[in-house]
Design a protein around this ligand. Structure first.
Ligand code: OAD
Length: 242
């Protein structure tokens, strides 16, 4: 007997945090318009000039430290509260989903608030302001931000969990991603092939737009809470009618 699908799986990208004043990567005001990815977000860049790469991540951490979740993150957390199996798959490293109260969040590209030892690979949470590269206290190895850099592979277990969540859902909400970075960008296709309806919330059309069932244009901090309020209203009307 086929199992009942989870009502939603939620895939997010930088656009969901744009209204929290976290810069996106592409498009107007995107990071990669100003900075060169290969100088700041690759393992080679860190080998060549660790202090430069560290200063970039220190700057990002300090900038994001004061950012608060916006109504889109809050709505994601509210949607998640309706069903214990709803998974959030995020490409963001800012921690704002958790700050909004979400659980079961797969951080595909890692977290700015975690370090990883370059020698032993151990990870630890670190939210202190650090102007220079810390060392792992136990083996003395140099720390690096526990984020996925270009040219690196994603954690296989996390990716597998993301694929499983995607193919188990009746509907995928795709919020604020350009859909240009793989493998995250392949998840909507996986979900759709397994029968999910795709609903995209984005300020602009993206490479994913032609394949989705519904595209809701605008800022996620406005469109997502409005859409969710409508869903709740429909649900209560149909319950009343039933
Ligand atoms: P991008 O910067 O590529 O795309 C952001 C998307 O958000 C765009 O499609 C915008 O139109 C949309 N957007 C911007 N503001 C919005 C708003 N207020 N409401 C709704 N949509 C909005 O970000 P990602 O798709 O997340 O990877 O980028 C994927 C990955 O590329 C990132 O995780 C990062 C980056 O390089 C790594 O660092 C490994």
């Amino acid at each position: 007997m086929a199992s009942t699908p989870t009502p939603f799986v939620i895939l997010t990208g930088a656009g969901i945090s744009a209204d929290s004043r976290v810069p996106t990567f592409r498009g107007r005001d995107g990071f990669w318009n100003t900075y060169r990815v290969e100088e700041l977000a690759t393992p080679q860049a860190f080998n060549n000039d660790p202090d430069l790469v560290w200063s970039f991540y220190h700057w990002r951490r300090e900038r994001i430290r004061s950012c608060q979740p916006n109504p889109a993150h809050e709505t994601v957390a509210a949607i998640q509260q309706t069903h214990s199996a709803i998974t959030i798959i995020t490409q963001n490293v800012d921690g704002l989903h958790q700050a909004a109260g979400s659980v079961n969040t797969l951080e595909l590209h890692g977290s700015l608030w975690r370090m990883r030892c370059c020698i032993c690979g151990n990870r630890w949470e670190d939210r202190k302001s650090r102007t220079s590269i810390p060392s792992y206290p136990f083996c003395g190895g140099r720390a690096r931000p526990d984020v996925v850099w270009f040219g690196e592979t994603l954690d296989a277990t996390l990716l597998q969990a993301a694929v499983e969540a995607s193919i188990s859902a009746a509907c995928m909400l795709i919020i604020g991603t350009s859909g240009l970075v793989y493998p995250a960008a392949s998840l909507p296709g996986e979900a759709q092939r397994a029968g999910a309806t795709l609903i995209e919330f984005n300020r602009e059309e993206t490479t994913l737009t032609p394949g989705v069932d519904i595209h809701i244009a605008g800022r996620a901090a406005e469109t997502l809470p409005r859409w969710w309020a409508q869903q709740r209203q429909h649900q209560s009307v149909s319950l009343d009618e039933g």
